[in-house]
Design a protein around this ligand. Structure first.
Ligand code: TXA
Ligand code: MG
Length: 340
């Protein structure tokens, strides 16, 4: 049985007890909901993989509540790491650093590095603090599915498989943290997210963006880079590039007589026009407000799936700032990408 509790002090204390005794707790962060276990307890961490149906070659992010805890997780903390931690923690930045030997190898899938962050959410911070241990937590969805931005998304995916869900409302950022690998020079972004490339470069100079997507048989550098990820059930088509709008509208014309029900994630500026072609529209925000778009994409994909559309269409929003993270998630969620 999975308990769903509003996050208030008593339920946070109960959740901390569950973590300490080797159980699984889903909790809100500022990005998406995480599925947490005691990072120092291999048997507890193992339960995360089975609850999610996640392959054990996909390492987890370790969450701490205070920089004073960092030595429990990493074996060295470079000046660049310190600079970034000072600027962005607590916040949506995950740093890949040399792993502390005591941390179970299952957490890092036998890598010599560990991904670590301090989340910027009062419930997450209170839970980690009360548990008194670092908490390993991937996103709280079934493996490969759309990440959860509300407690009910978590419930839909994981009820019956985990002990407790702390409901802290809808998450504010809505896409996962930026993952920055500091073990290379220059540092490289393995997954774009809430902290943008531009924000990182201001502090530590040039940063590369790792865009390679795994081919069969190739070793995974960061398994979040699995090509098919964050996926809705419906077939999804993403339109990219400068003429994406035109291609999208031509495509909708072609689909008119196929009898397929089509849903769209659309910006406020184009929603009305798309709606006029008989498409079910989920409005994700203004094109001048990428934060709103990032905040709404996962909820939109889940909502359109719930409406049982056959196909979901949308277009990307460029690569500047949060646009890069939005483009990354939409590309991985898509069955097909048209344009470049
Ligand atoms: O915002 C977030 O990052 C959320 C919240 C809950 O903190 N967590 C999250 O976790 O998105 P997850 O498991 O969905 O993604 C973790 C990613 C995976 O893609 C994994 O491959 C990568 O982090 N990762 C973990 N350890 C790594 C390592 N040592 N080197 C490279 N990538 C690593
Ligand atoms: Mg995930």
């Amino acid at each position: 049985m999975t308990k769903l509790l509003l996050s208030e002090p008593q339920s946070i204390a109960e959740a901390a007890k569950t973590i300490r005794s080797g159980g699984l707790v889903a909790f809100p962060t500022e990005t998406v909901y995480g599925l947490g276990a005691n990072a120092m307890d291999a048997a507890a961490v193992e339960k995360i993989f089975s609850a999610k149906g996640r392959p054990t070659f996909d390492p987890l992010i370790v969450h701490i509540s205070n920089l004073s805890e960092i030595e429990r997780v990493v074996s060295s903390f470079s000046p660049a790491a310190q600079t970034l931690a000072d600027a962005f923690w607590p916040g949506p930045l995950t740093l890949v650093l040399p792993k502390q030997p005591d941390l179970p190898d299952l957490v890092t899938s036998n890598l010599k590095t560990v991904a670590v962050r301090i989340p910027n959410h009062p419930v997450a911070l209170a839970l980690i603090e009360a548990a008194g241990v670092p908490i390993a937590a991937p996103s709280a969805n079934r493996f490969g599915h759309t990440s959860p931005t509300t407690a009910s998304h978590v419930f839909q995916d994981l009820a019956g498989h985990i002990d407790l869900i702390l409901d802290g409302g809808s998450t504010s950022i809505g896409v996962e943290s930026t993952i920055l690998d500091l073990s290379t020079t220059p540092a490289r972004i393995l997954r774009p997210g809430g902290i943008t490339r531009e924000m990182l470069e201001t502090l530590i100079g040039p940063v590369t963006v790792f865009k390679q997507i795994k081919k069969p048989g190739q070793k995974l550098l960061s398994p979040g880079l699995l090509e098919k990820h964050y996926a809705p059930r419906a077939e999804m088509i993403l339109f990219k590039g400068p003429d994406a709008g035109q291609r999208l509208s031509d495509f909708l014309d072609e689909q008119k007589d196929t009898g397929k029900s089509i849903g769209a994630l659309a910006a406020l500026e184009t929603a009305d026009i798309i709606e006029q072609s008989g498409v079910l529209v989920y409005r994700i925000g203004s094109i001048t407000d990428l934060a709103s778009i990032a905040h709404h994409i996962y909820a939109g994909l889940r909502w359109l799936d719930d409406q049982k559309v056959d196909m979901i269409v949308c277009r990307d929003f460029g690569e500047l700032g949060l646009g890069l993270a939005i483009q990354d998630r939409l590309t991985r969620a898509a069955t097909r990408v048209i344009g470049n």
